[in-house]
Unconditional design. Structure first.
Length: 166
């Protein structure tokens, strides 16, 4: 089975950029792996609005998989100490404790799916760790798995300038 696991974060993206990235990648399903999908800072990516937007704007299915989210304790420890190596170790131990990826059915990820979180870039985000964990496991089962990170480096923030009316 061919599986393409994309990863995407909504932070630092406009709704237009977010949905364009998903559509251009051919994403068929978004798997929300955030612990708190209804947070006020989520903007257009707040549940339940996101499910509606994905279906209406892009024809993309939405599903939620809290099993792939970090615990509040792991997130808080990282925010306090900024120690990525400890975060990664703790998160992967949590996945092992939850028996991920053994209990996930790769058929649910057939085609092109996107793992959704908030971080703009994947380097220090659990979605990258999940994608790598699933990919490694499913390849040992004979599946062809590709990982693609749907992120653009936002660079320095630029003020929103509108042309003046003449």
């Amino acid at each position: 089975m061919d599986i393409t696991i994309c990863t995407i974060g909504f932070a630092g993206k406009t709704a237009e950029d977010f949905f364009r990235l998903l559509k251009d990648a051919g994403v068929q399903k978004v798997v929300d792996i955030r612990e708190n999908r209804g947070g006020q800072l989520s903007g257009f990516a707040k549940y339940p609005d996101l499910e509606l937007f994905l279906q209406r704007v892009a024809g993309i299915q939405y599903t939620y998989e809290p099993l792939l989210a970090p615990t509040p304790e792991i997130r808080q420890a990282y925010r306090k100490g900024k120690d990525w190596a400890t975060y990664e170790s703790d998160f992967l131990a949590l996945m092992k404790e939850r028996r991920v990826p053994d209990i996930l059915d790769p058929a649910q990820y057939k085609g092109t799916v996107a793992l959704l979180c908030s971080e703009s870039m994947p380097d220090k985000c659990h979605r990258r760790l999940v994608a790598e964990l699933l990919s490694q496991h499913w390849r040992t089962q004979g599946h062809a798995v590709e990982i693609r990170h749907l992120a653009t480096d936002p660079g320095p923030l630029k003020p929103n300038k509108r042309p003046r009316a003449k």
